[in-house]
Design a protein around this ligand. Structure first.
Ligand SMILES: C[S@@+](CC[C@H](N)C(=O)[O-])C[C@H]1O[C@@H](n2cnc3c(N)ncnc32)[C@H](O)[C@@H]1O
Length: 285
């Protein structure tokens, strides 16, 4: 895509705004891909009636509730259950046989948004008989998204798409086995969450917290610049046990990253990589 030329003063104002957010609220958006971030901040300015990024910065430093609203512009929660069904089919058919060889499993869903990716994996693991030995860590920087993920209620209009995706992913049962229609939504069975931990965690500022066999982090790196992508991929590499698996989104890749040497392609088409069994080459090596 050809990016429109941004006047230099706006670039400076955006830098200062991101610096102010970091210093005042400890959320670090400084390493996000610039073009889309710029557009999202512009939209926020329109919504809040701010004539410039500096005006938004001025208000943000004085009105903390505004920051919670701004988070809705800075983070994007677009998702679907079994999004890109071929990815989940590849996990089911190719990765699960390897996962079965570990007596206990930990799965990190980094950037879990409102929970669609987590519920997809929880259902897949139940269908494949792995649920009882698994702990799912679901992390995101957005507290609002995490609260929705924990509630597990999705609009009923979205369910036909979820159902079709589940079928295409090789689902062994009917998706309707896992939810009830209530409160105007599809309420997913709380037993799916019994083995899940939901926590705030930023790939920009936080560290690794567990040793896991699978990291699924889809459609998160696309919002980061190259350096921040390398940081996040470095965390995934540190977190994965040798022979563990990393799944990324359809438009994301490990190729070109400083961390790629620590991994081998497992299913390059579905962006699934496997951590080398030999020593990991660290991002800053
Ligand atoms: C488009 S959603 C991805 C949802 C889901 N993984 C999928 O592929 O359908 C991107 C998510 O990344 C989260 N995110 C953005 N920056 C992050 C960061 N620094 N650390 C962790 N999560 C982040 C956003 O809050 C958002 O929920």
């Amino acid at each position: 895509m050809i990016e429109a030329l941004v006047p230099p003063h706006e670039e400076i104002e955006l830098d200062l705004l991101l610096e102010a957010i970091w210093r005042h609220y400890q959320y670090d958006f400084r390493g996000y891909a610039r073009g889309s971030l710029h557009r999202r901040v512009e939209r926020a300015c329109q919504r809040f009636g701010c004539a410039s990024f500096s005006a938004l910065q001025h208000r943000l430093l004085r009105e903390p509730p505004l920051f919670a609203e701004l988070m809705g512009f800075l983070t994007i929660q677009v998702s679907e259950m079994f999004r890109d069904p071929a990815y989940f089919r590849a996990l089911r058919e190719q990765v699960v046989p390897h996962l079965r060889t570990w007596p206990s499993l930990k799965v990190w869903i980094a950037g879990c948004a409102n929970g669609e990716e987590f519920y997809s994996l929880a259902i897949l693991f139940r269908e494949e008989g792995l649920e009882d030995r698994t702990i799912f860590y679901c992390t995101d920087i957005s507290p609002a998204a995490l609260a929705k993920a924990e509630a597990g209620i999705f609009d009923l209009e979205r369910v036909p798409q979820f159902t079709e995706n589940h079928r295409l992913s090789g689902g062994r049962s009917s998706l309707s086995d896992y939810y009830m229609a209530a409160y105007g939504g599809a309420v997913f069975d709380k037993s799916l969450r019994a083995r899940a931990v939901f926590a705030e965690h930023s790939l920009a500022t936080d560290q690794v917290f567990a040793e896991v066999q699978l990291v699924s982090s889809r459609n998160v790196l696309i919002y980061f610049d190259r350096e921040l992508q390398d940081r996040a991929l470095g965390l995934f590499g540190e977190s994965l046990v040798r022979g563990g698996f990393l799944g990324l989104g359809a438009r994301e890749t490990l190729r070109f990253s400083r961390c790629s040497e620590g991994f081998a392609d497992f299913d390059a088409g579905e962006r699934i990589y496997r951590r080398n069994t030999a020593d990991l080459v660290m991002a800053d090596a």
